[in-house]
Structures are given as structure tokens and as C-alpha cells.
Design a protein. Structure first.
Lengths: 132, 121
């Protein structure tokens, strides 16, 4: 036992061995950005509950160049999350059978992305309506 | 046999993932880029009176709660299940940290929304 050193395949940086794994890790890493955005919103919500002075200070911090960079990174991450979410949806959702044939992966991904575009435009229109 | 609690977390993960995939990019764009730049929306869109009226209305409350809480549960679940990929054992401690923080943040969100109150009060 003392002299034996069995070979253990090193797993450090395993995901860098294949572009597919790299994309997988980026997809999973978007979760950190989703949490970061939720925390940013939560801080704003707490500040809102604390009153106008506290909220305005939070709002001022939202307008700094550093915050803008943060949100540009967030937007890129969210777009990647959105795209990959619907890309893997054919594998994550139960099979839908239409007239004896299961719905193709492209149809499912396309429908999901279409729904995302529609929901986003609706949200923007609602926001513009709310701004009036 | 003890019933698994996995479906609860998986459902929250799925709901948060779906909501963030549908409107997440647009939300980030509106709140973080469009409004500060005054592009498509007025620069004062996130002003105190307007956001207060949003958070005081029950639909606004529900929307804000769902966005913050579901985004957090989605992220917490995904991070927990990615720990193994980084060589970290996703044991009871990791589970408690991920879901516990999501639970804590959900309670804080609910408390803030309750503290903001409604229009009539």
C-alpha cells in the first residue's frame, strides 16, 4: 500500500478540453449573472422601501459608468442564457406528439425564441405605456 | 420511503429559467442601459414616485416578487449543480448555502414589498 501510487486522471480544467464543454460551462455560469441581477434589483427594492433619499442614492449609483459596464456584461450573459435555454429545451421538456410525429427540436427552439422576442417586445411596450 | 424534495427545487429552477429566458435580457436592457442612457424610455423612468406606484400596486408587487425570487432560485439551483463540475463536493453544506441564501433573499424581498405597502394605506 505504501509504495503504490495509482494513476488518477487529473480533472483540473477538464472543460477546457472540448469547445462543447466550454459552451456548457459558460451556459452554467450565466446563473451567476442571473443572481447578480436579482441581487441588484433586491437592493433597489429595499432602498425603495427605505424612502426617497435612500432610493435616489441607489438610482445615482445605477447611472455610473461602472454600472453601465456591469449591465452590458449582464445583458450579454442574459442573451446567452436565453438562447441556450431554448436551445436545450427540446431535451429538457416532455416530448410533444403531433399527428403521430414528435415535434422537431428546431420547431421547439424556434417557438421558444419567438416567444422570448414577443414577451420582450410586450414588456417594452408596457414600460413605454407606463412611462406616459 | 422518504419523499424527495428535488421536484420543488427543480420546478423553481425551471420557472426562474423560463422567466429569465423570456424577459431577462429586456429587463436588463430597460433598467440598466435604456433608462440611464435615455434611449427608448425617459431617463426618469425609474424615478421614486413611479417605482413606488409600481411596487404599491398588487400586479407590480407580484411581478417584482416573481422576478427577484424566481431569478434567485434559478441561479441558486444551477450554481449548486455546477459545483461538481468545478471539483467541489455538492454536499449538505453547499445545498444549505445555495438554497438557504435563496430562501433568505426571498424573505427579504417579501418583507420589502410588504413594507412598501399599498396605495390605500
Amino acid at each position: 500500500m505504501s509504495g503504490r501510487r495509482p494513476y488518477v486522471r487529473p480533472m483540473r480544467g477538464w472543460w477546457r478540453r472540448d469547445p462543447f464543454f466550454v459552451r456548457y460551462m459558460i451556459r452554467e455560469a450565466t446563473a451567476v449573472l442571473v443572481v447578480a441581477y436579482a441581487v441588484a434589483l433586491l437592493v433597489g427594492l429595499v432602498r425603495l422601501a427605505q424612502g426617497e433619499a435612500a432610493y435616489d442614492a441607489w438610482l445615482a449609483a445605477q447611472r455610473t459608468p461602472l454600472a453601465l459596464i456591469f449591465y452590458v456584461v449582464l445583458l450579454a450573459g442574459f442573451l446567452y442564457h436565453s438562447f441556450t435555454w431554448f436551445e436545450i429545451m427540446p431535451k429538457t421538456m416532455p416530448m410533444i406528439v403531433v399527428r403521430g410525429k414528435s415535434l422537431g427540436p428546431r420547431v421547439i427552439t424556434g417557438a421558444g425564441l419567438g416567444a422570448a422576442v414577443a414577451a420582450s417586445l410586450l414588456l417594452l411596450l408596457l414600460a413605454r405605456d407606463f412611462a406616459r | 420511503m422518504k419523499r424527495s424534495n428535488a421536484p420543488i427545487f427543480w420546478t423553481l429552477f425551471g420557472a426562474g429559467g423560463m422567466l429569465s429566458a423570456l424577459i431577462g435580457p429586456m429587463l436588463v436592457f430597460i433598467t440598466g442601459i435604456a433608462v440611464p442612457m435615455g434611449f427608448l424610455l425617459p431617463r426618469d423612468f425609474l424615478s421614486y414616485p413611479r417605482m413606488l406606484s409600481l411596487a404599491q400596486h398588487w400586479t407590480g408587487k407580484a411581478f417584482l416578487f416573481l422576478v427577484v425570487a424566481l431569478f434567485l432560485w434559478h441561479g441558486a439551483h444551477r450554481i449548486l449543480h455546477s459545483l461538481h463540475d468545478l471539483g467541489i463536493r455538492a454536499g449538505a453544506a453547499a445545498k444549505l448555502a445555495c438554497y438557504g441564501l435563496a430562501m433568505l433573499a426571498t424573505v427579504v424581498t417579501a418583507c420589502a414589498l410588504v413594507a412598501i405597502g399599498t396605495d390605500g394605506s
